[in-house]
Design a protein around this ligand. Structure first.
Ligand code: 4AD
Ligand code: MG
Length: 477
């Protein structure tokens, strides 16, 4: 007989069947009732041991965190809180857990404390729910693109280029940093490095996705990306996962349609497949917000918020229109924003994005046509020569969740833009080849996977939606 997962046992409710279950003890009450969890569901299986027939020393070893294997019969439960339970016939301790020393006690721990013991936090209800949802969302993304005939491209992790041109890269080298080889000019001689040139961890798979799209039409990447930006915020990681579709023969409107469809698909999938976990996280949030002042609480419970973002079509407007709204807004006039908007051309901060979404439109917003100077070199120059065909999607509680654009497909304009940004043409010759040979209108975007997981789980800190977060000063585990 094989072991059954607790999720299957509870869903099937097979009273009378003999089963084997394995899992970890959450609580043990009365020397009799074990709440067992195996991670397959947020729910625990109540396992009832015959305390008179079980040796004293074995009972003592059934402690929070211990791993057990039990066989027995599923019966209708006499107690409250569950409809079935396991009548334990045989119990084996697979791994003891010293109750005195085990860091996870059967009580509520703060998220900050759990971040310090991230090697154990997946054993809590909150984190197991978050990571099951993270899995479901990843699966939904692959399913979405697969159904639409997109090809999954594996973009490289180590590269010689800076896709965003922002210089926020982690260097990759095997040179001895205490004794680097030097060129005649006294600079580090990267010709002697492992790859024969300077390399870094990728900040985005976009440029390689563009190469794919100009051959396979519709592609996407789903890969880790790295940014050495010194942003110690609740929305930034130094290592995060990004989904980057790239579509040929498409413009910025096709790009927005694709992004909106994808976001809604992910939300729908999570609603359809993760209800128990969502319910748990929703109640967790409600409990947490009880201590907050009314105006800081979320306007809707988690699942209602998710459904709301499914039903509404996202507000689409230009950067210029958004700036007008922001300049006329109360917090701007009263100088309540940390960064007061003085003029057209200002970069939008997360406080402005959230004002537009949460206060003004009260739904997700897609902003297009940003000033060319605050966006990346590869975005298509609009006819006004002042703006580019960029698009950012802003979500409630998150701010920017997607960033994308129609790409500059005209060789001469792209070269001009690269010169403006001081990007050496020789290093990007391979990229320019796509514009030399069979160039075509194309577009794409990047979804920050962790920001999406924050949104669907309601978790407030991005460090709590990736198993092992990397941020300035921290790369534990
Ligand atoms: O806006 P970004 O920088 O766009 C790009 O990288 C483009 N190459 C995407 C493309 O067009 N293919 O990043 C895209 C998204 C952001 O909207 C945000 O959700 C997320 O990636 N993101 C981060 N998430 C976590 N930590 C960080 N440091 C992030 N930086 C960006
Ligand atoms: Mg962006």
């Amino acid at each position: 007989m094989k072991r059954s997962r607790i999720k299957a046992i509870i869903e099937e409710g097979a009273v009378g069947s003999e089963v084997i279950v394995c899992g970890w003890v959450r609580t043990f009450r009365n020397n009799q009732f074990i709440a067992l969890n195996d991670g397959s569901t947020i729910k625990t299986l109540q396992c009832v041991v015959d305390r008179d027939a079980t040796p004293e020393d074995l009972l003592k070893r059934i402690s929070t965190g211990a791993a057990l294997r039990m066989t027995g019969k599923i019966i209708a439960s006499q107690g409250q809180g569950q409809s079935i339970e396991l009548q334990v016939a045989e119990l084996k301790i697979l791994g003891d857990s010293d109750a005195e020393k085990y860091p996870l006690q059967p009580k509520r721990h703060s998220l900050e404390f759990l971040r310090d013991i991230a090697h154990l936090r997946m054993r809590t209800n909150t984190f197991s729910a978050v990571f099951r949802i993270r899995h479901a969302a990843a699966f939904a993304i692959h399913e979405f693109f697969n159904k639409r005939g997109f090809v999954y491209i594996h973009s490289p992790i180590v590269t010689g280029s800076d896709a965003e041109g922002a210089g926020e890269m982690f260097q990759v080298t095997t040179l001895d940093l205490n004794d680097t080889p030097k060129t005649e000019e006294g600079k580090v001689d990267f010709k002697k490095d492992f790859f024969g040139k300077a390399t870094n961890l990728t900040v985005s798979g976009q440029l390689e996705a563009e190469l794919g799209a100009l051959a396979l039409s519709d592609v996407y990447t789903f890969a880790p990306t790295f940014r050495a930006e010194n942003s110690n915020t609740s929305r930034h990681l130094a290592e995060f996962w990004m989904i980057e579709p790239e579509i040929a023969f498409a413009d910025i409107h096709d790009d927005m349609d694709l992004a909106e469809d994808m976001l809604k698909y992910i939300i729908q999938y999570v609603l359809d497949n993760c209800n128990d976990d969502l319910e748990f996280l929703e109640n967790r949030l409600i409990g947490e917000e009880k201590n907050k002042p009314q105006n800081e609480r979320s306007p809707m419970p988690l699942r209602e918020k998710l459904k709301f973002c499914l039903e509404e079509s996202y507000e689409r407007l230009t950067y210029t229109e958004a700036i007008r709204i922001l300049m006329n807004s109360k917090p701007n006039k009263k100088k309540k924003f940390q960064f007061v908007i003085e003029e057209w051309g200002a970069d939008l901060q997360s406080e402005h994005e959230r004002y537009l979404v949460e206060k003004h439109f009260k739904k997700p917003v897609i902003l297009i046509d940003y000033p060319k100077d605050i966006k990346a070199f590869y975005m298509r120059l609009n006819d006004d020569e002042k703006t580019v065909a960029a698009m950012d999607i802003l979500f409630p509680g998150i701010g920017e969740i997607v960033g994308g654009s129609q790409r500059e497909e005209r060789l001469d304009v792209l070269k001009r833009r690269m010169t403006d940004f001081d990007i050496p043409h020789e290093e990007m010759d391979w990229f320019l080849d796509t514009r030399r040979f069979g160039t075509c209108p194309h577009a794409g975007f990047g979804l920050g996977f962790e920001r999406m997981i924050m949104f669907v789980t309601g978790m407030a800190n991005i460090r709590d939606v990736i198993p092992f977060p990397r941020f300035p000063g921290s790369a534990e585990f």
